[in-house]
Write a protein that binds this ligand. Structure first.
Ligand SMILES: [Zn+2]
Length: 74
């Protein structure tokens, strides 16, 4: 069973919103956010913000988690 969770940046500008998104193969939203957090995404309340909008670094479009990452933390 594999899931694909895409997180979208929710920064809104006057003429639109940030198009940044990151695709992950995490099995749950919380794990997707955990993985995204490691590459600079930030989360406040239920909103997600990409690295450039957070000022934490360049955007990475895809996160590939190792197949058996459960229970392991770097
Ligand atoms: Zn953004």
């Amino acid at each position: 069973m594999s899931a694909r969770i895409t997180l979208h940046c929710e920064t809104a500008w006057r003429y639109g919103s940030c198009p940044a998104q990151v695709m992950t193969n995490a099995p749950s939203v919380s794990e997707a956010r955990e993985a995204a957090d490691r590459i600079g995404w930030r989360f406040s309340a239920s909103r997600d913000y990409c690295p450039p909008c957070s000022g934490t670094g360049p955007a990475v479009p895809v996160i590939h988690l190792p197949p058996n990452h459960k229970g392991r933390h770097q």
